[in-house]
Design a protein around this ligand. Structure first.
Ligand SMILES: C[S@@+](CC[C@H](N)C(=O)[O-])C[C@H]1O[C@@H](n2cnc3c(N)ncnc32)[C@H](O)[C@@H]1O
Length: 303
């Protein structure tokens, strides 16, 4: 087992052994966290953590499409902020020197268990707003699908900015506000948001059952329609169908994302312009948005 190049800067509360990994636990603080959402994710990731290597690599390539290879070196020290099941830490670990993975939910135990075979990831139960590392510790910070589940997204972004060295890079994925979509697409979204509002308040097992049902009656038909249009040569029309992103994705990924989408109490959405302004306000430059889904994922350099 290698040693982390980074020392902790906060007091350790507890350590839990998961196989050959120690999950190091810190005071989560009271600040800027939605505990219901975190609890819901803890349950989600303890159930949904068995992604195949193929899935991790192919979906990981979608998120990291804008990250030049030279940013990921054997000397690179990275932070996975809000790691969930640890799938993107797993994706990145072979490409860099070290990954620190943090999450305040029980998911951190699933992440440690799923990555027991990798010797360059360390797992900490901690909150983005109160990280147990000194400022300017990291060359590369990534936070995929996390900050929109935090009450004050910009405050969390500013905490991540502080963790980066000057010249370091941030890869961020925030739910888009459908700012590049038409009225029909947006109306379908409004309806789905209403459904989320009801489902996310239900007890865990009922929530999971309803989200599975949604995956069957909503996701699969849209994916099938998109596949049909593509098979008859209408490729660009097939891309206009909601949820066409899931074409070629496994049933496991679709179920997981339906639960993520409809089972989570707090989600916020941002336009490309809003994300760009937020990044600039927090000391970033060279902001590059991916033209590809999932929207919006963006790479930015800390000045
Ligand atoms: C949609 S999941 C994404 C997990 C992972 N990044 C992925 O894409 O597989 C959102 C994660 O954000 C975490 N989270 C929520 N609030 C947080 C906070 N204040 N600090 C750090 N992580 C947080 C949740 O516990 C959850 O695991």
């Amino acid at each position: 087992m290698k040693e982390s190049p980074i020392s902790y800067s906060s007091n350790i509360l507890n350590t839990t052994q998961v196989g050959n990994k120690s999950v190091v636990e810190f005071d989560l603080g009271e600040l800027n966290r939605d505990d219901k959402t975190v609890e819901s994710f803890g349950e989600e990731w303890l159930k949904f953590n068995r992604f195949t290597e193929e899935e991790i690599n192919s979906i990981g390539d979608e998120y990291f499409d804008i990250v030049p290879k030279e940013l990921l070196q054997p000397s690179t020290v990275a932070l996975d902020a809000g790691c969930g099941s640890g799938r993107w830490s797993r994706y990145l670990a072979p490409k860099v020197g070290w990954v620190e993975a943090i999450d305040p939910s029980k998911a951190i135990y699933a992440a440690a268990s799923q990555n027991n075979d990798l010797d360059n990831i360390r797992f900490s139960k901690a909150d983005i707003n109160d990280l147990p590392f000194n400022d300017e510790s990291f060359d590369f910070v990534f936070s995929l699908g996390v900050l929109h589940h935090i009450p004050d997204t910009e405050m969390a972004l500013s905490a991540l900015s502080r963790q980066l060295k000057s010249g370091g890079h941030l890869l961020l994925y925030l739910y888009y506000s459908l700012d590049n979509r038409g009225i029909l697409y947006r109306s379908i979204f409004q309806l789905s948001n209403l459904i989320r509002f009801i489902i996310c308040r239900m007890p865990g097992p009922i929530k999971r059952l309803l989200c599975d049902l949604i995956a069957i009656v909503l996701y699969l038909p849209f994916v099938a329609l998109s596949a049909l249009l593509r098979s008859i040569g209408l490729k660009s029309l097939s891309k206009k169908i909601p949820l066409h992103y899931y074409l070629g994705k496994s049933w496991f990924v679709i179920r997981n994302d339906a639960l993520d989408r409809f089972g989570t109490p707090l989600e916020q959405r941002f336009s490309r312009l809003e994300i760009e302004s937020m990044l600039k306000r927090n000391g970033f430059e060279n902001i590059v948005f991916s033209p590809n889904m999932p929207y919006w994922h963006v790479l930015a350099k800390k000045k």
